[in-house]
Design a protein around this ligand. Structure first.
Ligand SMILES: *[C@@H]1O[C@H](CO)[C@@H](O)[C@H](O)[C@H]1NC(C)=O
Ligand SMILES: *[C@@H]1O[C@H](CO)[C@@H](O)[C@H](O)[C@H]1NC(C)=O
Length: 225
């Protein structure tokens, strides 16, 4: 109670000091935006947004993960994977969940992000197949592959196609792993590759409306192999 009264007294004194330093005039009161300490004639949402948002430089992998013309849910799962935030078995064990650490795609080694992409023999044969379709020289090492994805300097249609395939592989392997985990579903590498083919062709068709020439170049390359 004493503390409260003390604070109250201090605040009252403080406001009295401020109020007594203000000279009041007969003019009407007006509202004013002065975000930078300078009054603005108009209010700009864009400017206020720029001022309050977090100013962080974009991450170096931004364009490999949020590639233009990507499939949004593939971009999203790829981002989680890049940050190693997907609940792989090594993560779950770290959180204290008692589970069998073995990878359910190969039954051979512990499941980690780096194992899933693409040390696991199942994942590797799937990624090799997709890589062949987009004429990419695949790596079995996550860090190496991720670094290469950020450094592609090929023409736009080739680069976008590789990124589409890479993100689709991450998305499909992750969902497949979840399906097998929760529903005991089995799916062969070739049926997973068919699913990837459908997703990628649909995406390329979707690009046709916005950019017909890009779309047709990507489709030609996809059908080449
Ligand atoms: C993994 O092990 C389970 C049960 O032990 C078995 O049913 C399944 O076929 C095995 N999968 C592979 C790819 O070896
Ligand atoms: C993967 O490559 C990185 C460097 O790019 C290396 O440090 C790491 O040891 C490699 N991992 C494996 C399992 O070979």
């Amino acid at each position: 109670m004493d503390l409260f009264l003390e604070n109250h007294k201090m605040l009252t004194t403080f406001f009295n000091m401020i109020l007594s330093s203000i000279t009041l005039t007969e003019a009407c009161d007006v509202y004013e935006w002065s975000p930078n300490g300078r009054p603005l004639p108009t209010y700009s949402t864009g400017m206020i947004y720029e001022l309050i948002k977090d100013h962080q430089p974009p991450v170096p992998w931004y364009s490999a993960v949020w590639s233009s013309r990507g499939i949004p849910r593939h971009n999203f799962v790829t981002r989680l994977t890049v940050l190693d935030r997907c609940p792989t078995k090594d993560q779950m064990l770290r959180w204290g969940i008692q589970i069998d650490p073995t990878c359910i795609l190969c039954n051979a080694t512990s499941e980690t992000r780096d194992h899933l992409y693409y040390e696991c023999p199942y994942s590797w044969s799937f990624w090799k197949e997709l890589s062949r379709k987009v004429q990419w020289n695949p790596s079995r090492n996550w860090s190496t592959e991720f670094g290469c994805m950020q450094a592609i300097r090929s023409p736009k249609h080739e680069r976008l196609l590789v990124l589409l395939a890479w993100q689709a592989s991450i998305y499909l392997l992750w969902t497949k792993r979840n399906n097998r985990h929760h529903r005991q579903q089995y799916r062969s590498v070739s049926s997973l590759a068919k699913q990837a083919d459908l997703l990628i062709r649909n995406r390329i068709s979707g690009i046709r409306e916005i950019n017909p020439s890009l779309s047709s170049k990507m489709l030609q390359r996809w059908f080449l192999n």
